[in-house]
Write a protein that binds this ligand. Structure first.
Ligand SMILES: [Zn+2]
Length: 174
């Protein structure tokens, strides 16, 4: 788990009640992760944290944009992001993590949200991304080039199978 200091919340000293935080996520954030699908983005995360006797409730409101590449024309574009996520921290003797619940010890000093933010954002990006998701048009020149290449590739495949066939025909069966 990769933790970035700027995303650490001092939970032990917090009085019970509602607290608000704002985090910024940009290229530097993604640089900290080697396997990040994203490298550029401009995202604001507003966190409403509610501390209670038995638990801490976290509501993340994420909005901004992330640079992704278009699966149709291969050009990069800014995909808009606007979603919310929820995380529940419960006090427990043993620290562990369930699906949506994180168990922490009552004497835990701080809680770092960077890894969670990283995962929330990556989960919000569809596997296939295309310009129309950002109400944008694909680059017509790139599409034309790609279409032409596709045609060449088909022709190439056809020729190579033909030559394989003619090579077979040339084998003499004595
Ligand atoms: Zn495109």
């Amino acid at each position: 788990m990769k933790e970035q200091a700027a995303y650490s919340i001092p939970i032990l000293g917090l009085v019970e009640g509602v607290h608000e935080y704002r985090f910024e996520i940009n290229a530097d954030f993604f640089k900290a992760y080697e396997d990040s699908r994203l490298s550029e983005g401009d995202v604001i995360v507003d966190l409403t944290l509610e501390k209670r006797t038995s638990h801490i409730d976290m509501e993340f409101s994420v909005s901004g944009k992330a640079k992704v590449s278009c699966d149709r024309c291969l050009e990069d574009f800014d995909l808009p992001l606007d979603f919310s996520e929820h995380l529940l921290l419960k006090y427990s003797e043993e620290e562990k993590e369930d699906f949506e619940v994180v168990y922490i010890r009552r004497d835990r000093d701080s809680f770092n949200v960077s890894q969670y933010l990283y995962e929330f954002i990556h989960l919000a990006i569809p596997l296939v991304t295309t310009h129309d998701m950002a109400d944008m048009d694909c680059d017509p020149e790139m599409l034309a080039i790609l279409e032409a290449n596709e045609f060449d590739q088909e022709e190439l495949d056809e020729n190579s199978s033909n030559s394989a066939w003619s090579a077979l025909k040339d084998i003499k069966l004595d």
